[in-house]
Design a protein around this ligand. Structure first.
Ligand code: NAD
Ligand code: MG
Length: 389
């Protein structure tokens, strides 16, 4: 590392999850030269969080589930790590004056509070939690502007777009094209999806991820959420965002400029690269990420998404156009429906049905406050929770 570069103190929210663990492997590989873990959080996974605390020696850790926090007893003695609990603990870690960057790797709308608190304190937020922007995109971007906070994408598609955007000005951008692997059910018909099991839906062809986003990838809801995420993150107009299916997951997304030039970012499917870029930006470092082997023959394919079989995708485009409370309704309905699909009380095709119904029946408001959004979130969860199919 060049001399004179100070290290970055990172708080990782959701450090026990798939993104959280990949982030810690980036920090471990860095060996303390540039990146240090300052705070870690999990909801209830006490064992893994305490183990991470022993390895990485952060200043503090938080269990957001107060019951789980109360059960940590003496395990941190002698290692100088402070134990915090609940949302208060999370807020204290992200707003601490010595925290430089916050990686938000919490799953679901629950991640919004951490993003909000970090931006309120003017921090740099490396955002994996796309639900933050789906629920409250305009309010979050406005908060960042007012407080001097920064959002850096961790989602691989948005990281690719962010990198490609560095080649031109905002006015030179014609459109962005998000790539989608197509998920485990690419090529299937609607009838073939009728009885798929959670185990089949969880088996993603190219990425290893947490359960919720794996199901979102199978319904294409993940791409729907990403379309909304891209709109707010990059300040794009709805007709500037498109989706193409690319099963190899090597081209992570593209930007087309007004002259017809398309810039893409390529790398093997390995989340450590976009995570590392968001933690070291604007620098690039060697790191431990997988590299493309261009010495052997391989092909890259692209095809249009099957919007009839995967109706969730168009729900994302609709929500992106409507704005207001639509994102909060869609996201909460989807979270509740995915939880019900995973516990076996609804079928795979009921996920888009539940989301459609929540969008149609929620009390739409075009300029909601944060409090209004939480009300819509609670309403949609309750509705989907009591649905009988
Ligand atoms: P995961 O389920 O593996 O991990 C989730 C983490 O959040 C865990 O540490 C868990 O303890 C914590 N958590 C869960 N509920 C919580 C709550 N109510 N309050 C506080 N913390 C809570 O999820 P993941 O796959 O790592 O995904 C995390 C986020 O990153 C999601 O928003 C996902 O869409 C996004 N993302 C993930 C990937 C990936 O490859 N996994 C890629 C791009 C974006
Ligand atoms: Mg993604």
């Amino acid at each position: 590392m060049p001399s004179g570069v100070a290290f970055t103190s990172v708080v990782i929210l959701g450090s026990t999850g798939s993104i959280g663990q990949s982030a810690l492997s980036v920090i471990a590989h860095d060996g303390g030269a540039r990146l240090r873990a300052r705070g870690l959080s999990a909801h209830s996974n006490r064992e893994v969080l305490v183990e991470q605390a022993r390895t990485f020696r952060p200043r503090f850790i938080t269990l957001t589930d107060p019951e789980a926090a109360a059960s940590v007893d003496g395990q941190l003695r002698g290692i100088g790590v402070e134990m915090l609990s609940g949302t208060d603990g999370l807020v204290r870690m992200v707003q601490d004056p010595e925290t430089d960057r916050v990686l938000n790797a919490i799953v679901g709308a629950a991640g919004l509070r951490g993003t909000w608190a970090a931006l309120e304190a003017g921090k740099v937020v490396a955002l994996a939690n796309k639900e933050t922007l789906v629920v409250a995109g305009p309010l979050v971007m406005d908060l960042a502007r007012r407080r001097g906070g920064t959002l850096l994408p961790v989602d691989s598609e948005h990281s690719a777009i962010f990198q490609a955007l560095r080649s031109g000005t905002a006015r030179e951008v014609r459109r962005v094209v998000l790539t989608s692997s197509g998920g485990p059910f690419r090529g299937r018909s609607r009838r073939e999806l009728q009885d798929v099991s959670p185990a089949e839906a969880l088996r993603h062809p190219t990425w290893r991820m947490g359960p919720k986003i794996s199901i979102d990838s199978a319904t294409l809801m993940n791409k729907a959420l990403e379309v909304v995420e891209a709109r707010w993150l990059f300040g794009l107009e709805p007709d500037q965002i498109e989706v193409v299916v690319h099963p190899e997951s090597v081209v992570h997304s593209m930007v087309e400029f007004v002259d017809g030039s398309i810039l893409a970012q390529l790398s093997p499917p390995d989340m450590r690269l976009p995570i590392q870029y968001a933690l070291t930006y604007p620098d690039r470092v060697a790191g431990a990420c997988l590299r493309l082997d261009l010495s052997r023959a391989f092909g890259l394919t692209f095809e249009p998404p099957d919007r009839e079989t995967f109706p969730c995708l168009d729900l994302g485009f609709e929500v992106m156009r409507r704005g207001g409370t639509a994102g909060a309704a869609l996201n909460a309905a989807n979270e509740a429906a995915v939880a019900r699909f995973l516990d076996g009380t609804i079928g795979f095709l009921d996920i888009p049905r539940a989301c459609r119904a929540a969008l149609d029946h929620h009390p739409y408001d075009s300029r909601p406050t944060l409090e209004d959004l939480w009300k819509v979130d609670a309403w949609a969860r309750q509705e989907v929770g009591r649905w009988r199919y």
